[in-house]
Design a protein around this ligand. Structure first.
Ligand code: GLV
Length: 309
């Protein structure tokens, strides 16, 4: 079996070593323009591949996306649309994602944003904070990660609600589905966490009108994709104090351009798309099991390119 690998921004040497040890009977090659045209891969493990990659590969049985979000791969011109795409379904990301979101919940919920500013003025001024069991965490997007994150918060005693395109049932979580219920959902959140995929339907889902549904003291955590939030509307809401603050890991353009006003906002924390990294060992556990299933003709969940996730 031949395995093709290419992953922009990931540690190529460590990945190649790990793939060769996980699939010792396979021939694993790193994609480059020098790769012989006669060498055809059965499976490709990819993250942000170049457009040229698909031009000479005619035998792919499946493409594995080395991340949870498939937007970049689906956008790529020349991608063979008949080849199924399989994404990472959690693959060890949930403790990382949970950690990241919990930080945002605590930072604003326990007033660390205010105390940080007060420290600069040597100001000793306590602020009231709501108890965890009264704070409502709302998760937008109840895929493999969203569901697990919602359950983890629920197990810690938070009030948790979730919103998704289609109906979902998760123990301990109040679930909403469909656009008709989105405003209602948003109006109940103290913290809104975006974990939605980037699709045509989610583009600027959080626009000025929707952000206006949020409570005055609400916080936005975006660890999904930048395109779900209208950046001007978010900037205005933060500038006008309509929102308490935001923890943002993802943006329309990454890196966030140097002149972007969000960089300078006191009530915003910006991180460089690090919320949940792809973990080599966990990702390969899923991928090797999926390859085995595919080889045996068994079902493996595939990305629906019309839905975009
Ligand atoms: C990260 O952005 C991912 O899609 O896994």
């Amino acid at each position: 079996m031949n395995i093709l690998f290419y992953a922009k921004g990931l540690d190529t040497e460590s990945w190649l070593t790990a793939i060769r040890s996980a699939l010792p009977d396979s021939d694993t090659q790193l994609w480059s323009e020098q790769l012989e045209e006669s060498w055809q891969a059965d499976y490709a493990l990819l993250w942000h591949p170049p457009v040229e990659l698909f031009a000479t590969q005619n035998s792919l049985k499946a493409i594995f996306n080395l991340g949870a979000g498939v937007d970049a791969l689906l956008r790529l011109p020349g991608r063979p649309s008949e080849v199924p795409i399989i994404k990472l379904r959690n693959a060890g990301m949930d403790p990382w994602m949970f950690d990241y979101i919990l930080y945002g919940v605590l930072h604003f919920g326990r007033n660390f944003d205010r105390y940080r500013q007060q420290q600069q003025q040597q100001l000793w001024q306590p602020h009231p904070s709501t108890a965890p069991n009264v704070r409502c965490i709302g998760i937008l997007g109840l895929g493999a990660l969203g569901q697990t994150i919602a359950q983890r918060f629920s197990q810690l005693g938070y009030r948790v609600q979730g919103w998704s395109r289609g109906p979902k049932c998760i123990e301990g979580v109040d679930t909403y589905s469909g656009l008709d219920y989105l405003d209602d959902f948003l109006g109940r959140c103290d913290v809104v966490v975006n974990l939605l995929p980037a699709t045509a339907q989610t583009f600027h889902l959080l626009n000025a009108d929707r952000l206006a549904q949020l409570r005055h003291d609400a916080v936005l955590i975006n660890a999904g994709r930048g395109t779900t939030v209208d950046p001007d509307a978010l900037n205005d809401a933060l500038a006008l104090g309509r929102l308490r603050g935001a923890l943002l890991d993802v943006f329309h353009t990454e890196p966030l351009p140097a002149n972007h006003p969000l960089w300078a906002r006191q009530n915003v924390i910006i991180t460089p798309h690090i919320a949940a990294p792809t973990l080599i060992k966990d990702a390969l556990e899923q991928i090797t099991a999926d390859i085995q299933s595919l080889e045996q003709g068994l079902f493996v969940p595939r990305v629906d390119s019309t839905l975009g996730y």
